[in-house]
Design a protein around this ligand. Structure first.
Ligand SMILES: [Zn+2]
Ligand SMILES: [Zn+2]
Length: 252
């Protein structure tokens, strides 16, 4: 998810294909003011290496990438840079005007304001995606508007705090009635650490958010059944509900 606020492009998580999607959205890794990770599950981080490498080779001068994420993120970035060490050595040997390794600055975050510049504020709070721990969600504020990117989480106190009065609440969501039918334990296991459609509606209603956006839908909805997902959210929440798709642009 890319957030454009004031002069800043802020990237939240970096799953499969994120650099290609950024190009289609008219930006790129060299232009972001920060990469904010909610947690280190592979579907949210698999292309962090691509963000690091593309920013490094596309920047004419040293352009440190600021990475924000839960405690454990520093180790993840160190391991990613170690994985890239051969590629880094090839490029350093080849390009005379490139004599620095990818500069990455990591801030491990838990709770409170983590980024503040030019009237744009990003606030983190702990979420509950157990047994994945720690995890965080983010609230972005700019010019009196507020957006929550919850990440993978079940309803919890930290999520309620982030969502309180937000104009838009984006939730990775699971539909229990479908997952329950999949006869495989590892799919059934996902129900205990994702917000269901019903829980998403309950969180939204409790926090009086202005709009709900569903993303990262588990399982991927059959075309034509999207209204069923929205109806389940609407059982608890009477505001607008939108289903996200790649490259969808929403104004907060
Ligand atoms: Zn996850
Ligand atoms: Zn996920």
């Amino acid at each position: 998810m890319l957030v454009k606020a004031g002069p800043h492009h802020l990237l939240f998580d970096a799953g499969r294909g994120v650099v290609m999607r950024m190009a289609a959205a008219g930006t790129g890794p060299a232009l972001v003011s920060g990469l904010f990770l909610t947690h280190l599950h592979s579907d949210h981080t698999t292309d962090v290496n691509d963000v690091i490498t593309t920013r490094w080779v596309m920047s004419p001068a040293q352009n440190p990438l600021q990475v924000f994420g839960p405690v454990t993120t520093a180790g993840y970035i160190d391991a990613t840079l170690a994985m890239l060490s051969e590629d880094i050595s090839y490029r350093l040997a080849h390009h005379e005007d490139l004599n620095w390794a990818p500069p990455v600055v990591v801030s491990e975050v838990t709770d409170g304001v983590v980024f503040e510049a030019d009237g744009v504020r990003v606030i983190a709070a702990p979420t509950d995606h157990a047994p994945v721990h720690p995890t965080v969600g983010y609230r972005i504020e700019h010019e009196g508007r507020s957006l929550v990117l919850a990440g993978d989480t079940v309803p919890c106190e930290g999520l309620d705090r982030l969502c309180a009065g937000a104009d838009m609440y984006v939730q990775t969501v699971l539909r229990r009635s479908l997952v329950e039918q999949i006869p495989m334990q590892r799919f059934l296991d996902t129900m205990d650490y994702h917000s269901s459609t019903h829980q998403t509606g309950q969180t939204a209603a409790r926090a009086s958010v202005g709009k709900v956006v569903l993303t990262h839908m588990v399982p991927a909805p059959f075309p034509g059944t999207e209204h069923e997902w929205i109806a389940e959210v609407a059982e608890a929440y009477d505001g607008p509900v939108v289903i996200a798709e790649d490259l969808l642009v929403l104004d907060v």
